[in-house]
Design a protein around this ligand. Structure first.
Ligand code: FAS
Ligand code: PHB
Length: 389
């Protein structure tokens, strides 16, 4: 069997690419290791850049995100017991949308099913063959049966632990990595958000983030030790620690309640170059990872998808390979800027075990400069709302 594009991975990258291609009449199959319900059980990103919203509109799946998403014109930064606002709308004219990645993925799965496009769930032993030839193919097993799909292109949208990146020979791949000496302990609770905007907090006890999913569903994070496990933290201990990291007036307003999800995510900066090898193209977490501080993971996956989608349309509709030939170069230009912002913002807000008193003074001066300087706030806002594609 021959299908033009095989997409490995049914997370947001793979589904968004699949939906965009489908709308342009370019057939693609999605191969997903897990079940749909398992994929939808993951609680991850919460902030959408306008670029991703526009892509969802182009894919014809933006109706619910516009109905249920929260448009935010800015964010709050808390430090030393006080809070200041960064006004995205005033500084950039662009808002962000608060809408969970889980909902984005749900909307994309619903659209894919409605379109009749093919998705194979619970596949394993996925292998990519001949990516460096003009006749690539993918093999996989499902329900104990072996399958082969011949194709023109393979989109590796299978995340950090997928098979796609590993298919690129080490002699070709260059990897860049920074790990952080802490993680994020996140909880979801059926409680009203503590503020109408996100609050990013730097405190002497460590980082905290107050986010949300709806008027009755809140998402909170605190920086935690890498040796921590979610079961080490009772709900009471989490709420107590979160309150200690927020300005007193905010802590007083915090409505607590039972956690309905509790997990720890390690933080990592990672990029693999190139993001293309022959007929194989890496998208999203398969190619790069950022610490979630700047909310760039899902949003940078979106710009990858845009570049690859444009390139594939150019190839199939005009016979021009310029877009796919320049995919890696174009995607990496924006990836590295997202890496930089995520790394910088993480450095601004987290407490590092090896921070010297001088380092702490520099961090405090950085926060004060962001508080007091409009040019610095504009630079922050332009990165946070999303740099141009
Ligand atoms: P994904 O990892 O989402 O999807 C890859 C898919 O491929 C998965 O469904 C997987 O099952 C499948 N797969 C893997 N190997 C396969 C194989 N061999 N064959 C077939 N299928 C295979 N970003 C933010 O912006 N804010 C956050 O707060 C945030 N929190 C995060 C928390 C965690 C624990 C993690 C891991 C990531 C978080 N991220 C966050 C980043 C996250 O949102 C990613 O950027 C986003 O999921 C990227 O989407 P994909 O590239 O589709 O990768
Ligand atoms: C979230 O709501 O999960 C979220 C929001 C902003 C971030 C990270 C996570 O920077």
């Amino acid at each position: 069997m021959h299908i033009p594009v095989v997409i490995i991975g049914g997370g947001p990258s793979g589904l968004l690419l699949g939906q965009l291609l489908h709308k342009r009449g370019i057939e693609a199959v999605v191969l997903e290791r897990k079940t749909r319900d398992y994929v939808l059980s993951r609680i991850r990103a919460g902030v959408l850049e306008t670029g991703l919203v526009r892509l969802m509109e182009e894919a014809g799946v933006a109706e619910r995100l516009h109905r249920e998403g929260y448009v935010h014109d800015g964010t709050q930064i808390a430090a030393n017991g006080e809070m200041f606002h960064i006004d995205f709308k005033k500084l950039t004219g662009t808002p962000i949308l608060v809408y969970g990645q889980t909902e984005v993925t749900h909307d994309l799965y619903d659209a894919r099913e409605a379109s009749g496009a093919r998705t194979e769930f619970e596949v394993d032993h996925v292998e990519i063959h001949g990516a460096d030839t003009d006749k690539p193919y993918v093999t996989y097993r499902q329900n104990g049966n072996g399958h082969r799909i011949d194709c023109d292109f393979i989109a590796g949208c299978d995340g950090f632990h997928g098979v796609s990146r590993q298919t690129i020979p080490l002699s070709v791949r260059r990897e860049y990595e920074k790990t952080y000496p802490f993680g994020w302990l996140g909880i979801l609770s059926r409680t009203p958000p503590v503020h109408d905007e996100l609050i990013y907090a730097n405190s002497e006890r460590g980082f905290a983030l107050c986010s949300m999913r709806s008027a009755s569903l809140s998402r909170y994070y605190i920086q935690c030790a890498l040796s921590d496990h979610p079961e080490d933290w009772t709900d009471a201990a989490f709420w107590d620690e979160l309150k200690r990291r927020l300005p007193a007036d905010v802590a007083e307003r915090l409505v607590t309640g039972p956690s309905i999800e509790k997990s720890i995510a390690p933080l990592r900066s990672f990029v693999t170059e190139p993001m293309r090898w022959g007929r194989l193209f890496l998208c999203g977490d398969a190619a790069h990872i950022v610490p979630p501080t700047g909310a760039k993971g899902l949003n940078t996956a979106a710009s990858d998808v845009q570049y690859l989608y444009q390139g594939l349309c150019q190839f199939y509709e005009e016979g021009d390979s310029e877009g796919i030939d320049r995919y890696s170069e174009r995607a990496l230009l924006r990836v590295w800027k997202a890496e930089r912002f995520s790394w910088w913002f993480s450095g601004l807000l987290h407490r590092y075990p090896d921070q010297s008193p001088f380092d702490l003074k520099m961090q405090q001066a950085d926060i004060a400069f962001l508080r007091d300087n409009e040019a610095q706030q504009r630079a922050f806002a332009e990165n946070y709302v999303g740099l141009p594609y």
